[in-house]
Design a protein around this ligand. Sequence first.
Ligand code: DAV
Length: 368
Amino acid sequence: MTREGTALTALTPDNPESPVCSYTEWDLLEEVIVGIIDDAHFPPWHLSLPPVLPAGQRDVFRRQAGRPFPAKRVEAARRELDEFARILQAEGVRVVRPEPIPQDRPYGTPDWTSTGMYAAMPRDALLVVGDEIIECPMAWRSRYFESCAYRPLLKAYFKAGARWSAAPKPELKDELYDSTWTDPGDGQPARLVITEFEPTFDAADFMRFGRDIVAQRSNVTNDFGIEWLTRHLGDQYRMHVLEFDDSHPMHIDATIIPLAPGRLLVNPERVREVPKLFKGWDLLRAPVPVIPDAHPLYLTSKWINMNVLMLDEKRVVVERQDEPMIASMKAWGFEPIPCDFRNFNSFGGSFHCATLDIRRRGSLESYL
Ligand code: DAV
């Protein structure tokens, strides 16, 4: 495995100019970034956190604000990430990793100061659409400089021919956050903690289906951000903003994940009726998660079990202990590749979150 950013990918005839090229979540995966858990820290306490933290974690985050996550848990997650990277390599995927950046060093703007969190989830910070890689305007102050961990890779991809851009740098002033936010409660329509002060989005609130991109508004992604991205991408793409039954939305990839053309894995609690957009698609209901209550999940619901990664239209990486998911995938005709990842799940993501597909073999098509 190489940690430096030299992009050595063999270029394919589909796009001879760029080492970055990915239009879907299911085309044959050739190169991927896998995140790192080095130096993971609790973010400083901020009002943008409670809307997305599991109820039992709010006090933990208040008490531990700015401190490192427990070393044992970080170490266990690091071993799983490295094993995941080896499994991907054994499947023929080129794996690259970001460079650690200090997460405990204070930084700021004229309006605020913060410390960082981690570089574990490239899916949140960077969006690949076609041959372009976009640095996202993330709404959390603790994630303001997260994309720096990927800068060596971004520079190398750019030099090798990729398009590289960044959304307008957000100010993240107090005006972006609704200080009167109160919890709507589970089962109620979401009340979002961010305002329309400026464009913000995390890449993980977008799902790529070739020419169609499905987005959700969330506690980190606002309409202004979706509008910026829609105009930035231009006429080649159609943006669809969907709303799900999720009282605390942040990231779409524990709600819907396309597995192949015509086949969509859905969270049965959040997707209660087939959105019109997916008429004619098979909606496959994710099995109920089996993560025990005693297992800490700092930043996610148990539905992180459906956050799988497709290596092509058949091969899918799934959590090794998630026997119901493995059985369902087999029954649906997929080829599950098990990987231990429960310790990594504690940090808020699974295989889709922990990766960013840099290159998938395929061309720009319509599937919806
Ligand atoms: O339960 O929807 C997903 C978080 C992915 N980063 C959830 C959390």
